[in-house]
Design a protein around this ligand. Structure first.
Ligand code: ADP
Ligand code: ZN
Ligand code: ZN
Length: 805
């Protein structure tokens, strides 16, 4: 018997039953198709994408009914068998379609239009005869040429032997970027002639032409030339007219690692660091699946521990995956890995173009790199011999994907750690309550770093009571103390970071006569005012309007914006310190690619005195001249309707404070708040994690929240408010009758944002400790939804362990 049937997961969402379908493998594809290959198959009237998840000899489908696979998309499988298993697990764990789980593991380039090429990796003489003619003129051949000539089998063998590699070239418009360069004439004679023509009085031209004669034929950036010769564009232009040089357009290949980095060696570890490393390496040596929680205060040198653990992993011939939150994936962070492991590192983050992301993925897929540093989705890096997995800042909520499949990278990391029998390291200065509780129960092994690596003292933290300021008649957003601290930094030429807790802090437009707040047409959300273009914008759906001259309700002219956005803070800052150089970092100033990095870099180079920003600046900033951190209002995030609000506030304050005084100069932190007595604020002062943990656990216990209980959120939406409410009620009834009495079901209630993009949203919350019936019950509910409700325009989503409720 031979393999002749493939089980295929097809890309057809909204099919009530999520299962694979059998397809016949046509003879010519027999030894080409593998597990994890993508194919095109006929499904109903359509030709759809599918993934081969199993191969077998026979099927129960009668031979007259079974359809053949219509096309094989990948001559090399794109998913490993590990990934296929992981997808099955994800489907169950997050209640998603298996196809969604498979798709999330792949770079989006594979869903875009691309062309396939085969490149020669060896001397042409090593190729089998049939392939040689293709490479006689070129080293890169279109895949179609092999397909047309029926040569896929020998091609596949050559791919397996790594004589050639497959390359997908994504078709993207506007991807090629060009820059203007100066090219100096490559003939010394000509340059000398020109030099002789130039009058001695044109001193600058003389200087430049002399210099050019030292750089015959070279191509360079005009700015470099001006700098080196101390000349200007006018001087250059004069010489260009004489024919000494010309401007050319040069194509820039966007290399995510465009900057050269130096090389760093392992540091001598502190005692705490080496104890931690020791435990990790022991687990590696024993091929032991073990999850470590590395709890180390800010600046304690967690990253150095990661780096040395990775070194060990590479020495053992294995690969490493490092996850960092998107926002802290700064050049500073990635450079630390690149400077240690050089070319062996691939970086994956959302700032890369589709093509660049694909390039990085391919380096991993083809085994050309050994370390991946990336945001959430890098957890699916297709390494086959993983030796360590690291999640830095493990408490970050961005590790949870808010869309199907709603996976948490931490769970996937632990799954892969078990698969590869390797340790997983969760690192944080402020671990999530869930992780710390697991460490206390010895589910995770706790490693602690209590001191900063270079024994620097933690910054001194002052908490300023804004109520007192108000009593003193200070109506500005800066307290006296903060103003004085900033001023002293300006005098000492040291740097200040000002942090605006943006959540709940954005500006809105309000009518002072009738109290109307401008709302989004499609969502139950106030519009946010943007001064730069005088527009109001919905941050959820993108709807925007110009600020009206009169109130839409009462026609009053007293309509104006309120609240404090970063732009407003910036303006006020200039009132107090007209000569300060301020850099602002928020969603508006970081829209274009690379701007985030540019702002940080400029600040690092001392091009500004004050960096003002939102959440974005809380992470990864590590510059020696930052000696003051100011938090404008610590409590805005405390009042959010979220059971994690205290935890998030504590984490944020600790992170932000950790930005000050990381090097020789002592740091100071000023936290302004209206509720200085709140434990999340008080305890963040000294980075007292443990007491905060105890206190917060007590609150969670009383209120019945995680980590004491698990949560599942079922959300229903419809364009019609009654329909949404009705079906939410149906869900609740259905859940009540199918789940045990130990489970509490809260709702239905209107969701936190009760209308989004013109859909009304209702939800119910399931709280449980142990409920074996939960997943099967939710699966049944999904089935009911997919087979009946969906036709009525209902959308239903289920989120296990939601990060937002
Ligand atoms: P964390 O990730 O815990 O916030 P980092 O790894 O960024 O801490 O370390 C803080 C600083 O201390 C960095 O500048 C790092 O280079 C330095 N550092 C870390 N470990 C050591 C060590 N063993 N000896 C000297 N300096 C160290
Ligand atoms: Zn009004
Ligand atoms: Zn909206």
């Amino acid at each position: 018997m031979t393999i002749s049937v493939a089980e295929v997961i097809v890309d057809v969402a909204a099919y009530p039953v999520d299962r694979s379908f059998d397809y016949l493998i046509p003879d010519e594809m027999v030894s080409l198709i593998e597990l994890g290959s993508r194919v095109k198959v006929q499904f109903g009237p359509r030709n759809v994408l599918g993934f081969v998840v199993a191969l077998k000899e026979e099927t129960d489908i009668p031979s007259e009914k079974i359809k053949p696979i219509s096309q094989l998309l990948d001559i090399e499988p794109v998913l490993t068998s590990e990934m296929l298993q992981l997808a099955k697990w994800l489907k169950h764990e997050t209640i998603c379609f298996e196809i969604d789980a498979l798709q999330v593991m792949l770079p989006s380039a594979l869903r875009a239009k691309y062309e396939k090429f085969i490149s020669l990796e060896t001397d042409i003489d090593n190729l089998p005869e049939v392939l040689k003619p293709f490479f006689s003129q070129t080293s890169k051949v279109n895949y179609k040429d092999f397909e047309k000539n029926n040569l896929l089998h020998p091609l596949k063998t050559a791919l397996k032997q790594k004589l050639v590699v497959l390359e997908n070239v994504v078709k993207q418009k506007g991807q090629i970027k060009e820059v203007r360069k100066v090219q100096i004439a490559d003939n010394t004679e000509i340059l000398r002639d020109i030099s002789n023509q130039i009058s001695n009085r044109a001193k600058k031209q003389k200087v430049l032409i002399e210099w050019m004669m030292q750089h015959v034929g070279e191509t360079m950036d005009p700015d470099t030339l001006y700098k080196e010769t101390n000349t200007s564009s006018a001087v250059l232009q004069a010489l260009i007219e004489l024919g000494a040089a010309k401007f050319i357009q040069e194509e820039v290949y966007r290399d995510p690692f465009s900057k050269e980095v130096g090389h760093t060696k392992s540091l001598n570890l502190t005692e705490e660091q080496s104890t931690a490393l020791q435990k990790i390496t022991t687990a590696m040596e024993n091929h032991q699946t073990e999850t470590f929680l590395l709890h180390g205060i800010t600046g304690s040198g967690k990253t150095e521990v990661y780096l040395q653990a990775i070194s060990k992993c590479l020495n053992d011939g294995k690969e490493a995956i490092v996850l960092v939150p998107e926002i802290s994936l700064t050049p500073q962070m990635t450079e630390r890995f690149r400077s240690r492991f050089g070319e062996l590192v691939a970086v994956m983050h959302s700032g890369l173009s589709v093509g660049e992301k694909y390039d990085e993925w391919r380096k991993v897929h083809q085994g050309k790199v050994k370390v991946v540093v990336g945001a959430r989705s890098a957890i699916f890096a297709p390494f086959e011999n993983v030796g360590i997995i690291i999640l830095d800042e493990e408490h970050e909520s961005t590790y949870k994907q808010e869309d199907n499949p709603r996976y948490h990278a931490r769970d996937v990391a632990i799954w892969r750690g078990e698969y590869h029998k390797c340790p997983v390291i969760l690192g944080s200065a402020t671990p999530s309550l869930e992780s710390y509780a697991r460490a206390k129960k010895n589910v995770y092994s706790l490693l602690t770093l209590k001191e900063r690596a270079m024994k620097q003292a933690l910054p001194t933290v002052h908490i300023v009571d804004l109520r007192e300021e108000l009593k003193k008649g200070n109506r500005s957003m800066f307290s006296q103390e903060l103003l004085e601290s900033i001023e002293s930094r300006l005098n000492k030429k040291e740097q200040t970071v000002l942090f605006l807790n943006r959540r709940g802090y954005s500006s809105f437009v309000l009518c002072r006569d009738c109290g109307t707040v401008l709302q989004c047409q499609n969502c139950d959300i106030s519009l946010t005012y943007h001064r730069s273009n005088e527009k109001c914008k919905c941050h959820y759906c993108g709807y925007e309007i110009y600020v009206p001259k009169t109130c839409p309700q009462c026609q009053s002219e007293h309509i104006r914006f309120f609240g404090t956005g970063t732009q407003k803070v910036e303006e006020e800052l200039y009132k107090f310190f007209p000569h300060a150089r301020v850099l602002r970092m928020d969603v508006d100033t970081t829209k274009t690619k690379g701007s985030h990095e540019q702002i940080l870099e400029a600040f690092g180079e001392g091009k500004a005195d004050i960096l003002l920003g939102t959440q974005m600046i809380a992470k990864g900033l590590d510059y020696p001249n930052i000696t003051l951190v100011g938090v404008l209002s610590a409590d805005t995030s405390l009042h959010l309707p979220d059971f994690r609000s205290a935890e998030k506030t504590f984490q944020l304050l600790t992170q932000v404070s950790g930005r000050a005084g990381r090097h020789e100069k002592k740091g100071e932190v000023v936290i302004q708040t209206y509720t200085p007595e709140h434990y999340a604020i008080e305890l963040s002062k000294d980075q007292f994690y443990e007491p905060f943990y105890e206190r917060e656990m007590m609150m969670r216990h009383q209120a019945g929240y995680p980590p004491y209980y698990y949560l599942a959120l079922v959300q229903v939406s419809h364009e019609d408010v009654m329909m949404a409410a009705d079906y939410a009620q149906k869900c609740v009834e259905w859940l009540r009758s199918n789940l045990s009495f130990n489970v509490s079901i809260i709702g239905p209630t209107a969701a936190g944002i009760s209308r989004l993009q013109n859909r009304y949203r209702y939800q119910c919350l399931i709280k449980y400790k142990i409920e074996p019936e939960l997943i099967p019950t939710l699966m049944q509910l999904i089935k009911l939804y997919r087979s009946e409700w969906i036709k009525k325009g209902i959308l239903l989503s289920i989120d296990l362990d939601p990060t937002m409720i």
